[in-house]
Write a new protein. Structure first.
Length: 141
């Protein structure tokens, strides 16, 4: 009987956090495409660092970090980006920029926060030009 219950739990349709995170990334991608963004790369890595999406918004290159959170979470997705994550984002964005020739005149970091309830997406928020690089690196769009 216990073995049967374990099997039932193992194949439960309840989504895990990785599945929910992937749904959030797909939601963010669709949301940005609907706003006219063109996706250049997904889950781009440099060593252990990763950026969820790299897009074009007109002439600007846009690095996008997606944060998927449960409805009513104590810390919003936007606020959950701490010092370590910001440092990792700087490294991966600089690595991506170093591969480009010529380097884009304008680039920025955006955050897309996806809120879900029991795995179902209920809202999406887009924060443009989140401070990460400093004024000396970003030149307006």
């Amino acid at each position: 009987m216990l073995c049967w219950i374990r099997q039932l739990l193992w194949f439960s349709p309840e989504p895990n956090s990785a599945t929910i995170g992937r749904r959030g990334e797909k939601e963010a991608e669709g949301f940005l495409k609907a706003k006219g963004f063109r996706v250049l790369a997904r889950n781009w890595r440099a060593g252990k660092d990763e950026i969820d999406l790299v897009c074009r918004d007109g002439p600007a290159l846009v690095f996008v970090e997606t944060r998927t959170r449960k409805s009513g979470a104590l810390v919003s997705g936007y606020e959950s980006i701490g010092r370590r994550k910001r440092d990792a984002l700087k490294r991966v964005c600089r690595a991506y920029l170093s591969k480009l020739n010529p380097r884009p005149k304008a680039f920025r970091l955006d955050v897309v926060e996806v809120e879900h309830e029991e795995g179902q997406i209920i809202s999406t928020r887009h924060y443009e030009n989140v401070p990460l690089f400093g004024k000396e690196t970003f030149r307006g769009t």
